[in-house]
Design a protein. Structure first.
Lengths: 138, 55
């Protein structure tokens, strides 16, 4: 699989129901996953479709909708650090979602793979790309 | 916070226990004032196991 948007999220972006994902009032989180435990499907819409969290999801901050300022349409945020990730099999995908506080209504936004990191019990920092498309571009 | 770390959100300010704050400062997750000086060995220990991955 390749990194991609969830189409049902795009639908909701068009309908305006996602809200301003860059505002402090909209909580956007990241979940680390393993492709062995999750296969993306465009039928997936909410957090309930993802496997249980390996480690506490990270809440994104310093969010922008224009990358580093010159790339309109690019969602970016400060790097995300997951603390004390339990040792185990390689982690090789993640999902970005809007957290409404209820898994059944928390929409999935983007899916990213193409990386791998084997947790050793220490922290793992996800460094978002510093150029277009940053985290993701609409 | 420079990075988002768990429930701590980048761009926000937090009061937290000295030990945790110092760890975040020494690992580059946050800016602020250390509660004490740390030895090179202590800093190296803090960095053990820390991994960064670009996506």
């Amino acid at each position: 699989m390749a990194s991609q948007h969830y189409n049902l999220a795009l639908q909701e972006f068009w309908k305006g129901t996602i809200g301003d994902a860059t505002s402090a009032g909209v909580t956007v989180k990241v979940r680390l996953m393993r492709v062995s435990a999750y296969t993306i499907s465009q039928a997936h819409q909410f957090l309930t479709s993802l496997p249980a969290a390996i480690v506490t999801d990270v809440t994104l901050g310093t969010k922008t909708a224009n990358g580093a300022g010159a790339d309109p349409g690019c969602f970016d945020a400060a790097d995300a650090t997951f603390t004390s990730v339990p040792s185990g099999a390689a982690i090789d995908c993640l999902a970005v979602f809007k957290d409404t506080g209820t898994a059944a209504t928390s929409p999935l936004l983007f899916y990213i793979d193409g990386f791998t990191v084997t947790p050793n019990g220490g922290d793992i920092t996800i460094q978002w790309q510093n150029s277009n498309p940053f985290i993701a571009k609409l | 916070m420079i990075n988002s770390v768990g429930e701590y959100v980048a761009g926000e300010q937090y009061d937290m226990p000295d030990e945790q704050a110092d760890r975040f400062l020494l690992l580059g997750y946050a800016t602020g004032q250390l509660s004490r000086e740390y030895t090179t060995d202590e800093i190296a220990t803090l960095h053990e196991g820390h991994q960064e991955v670009s996506v």
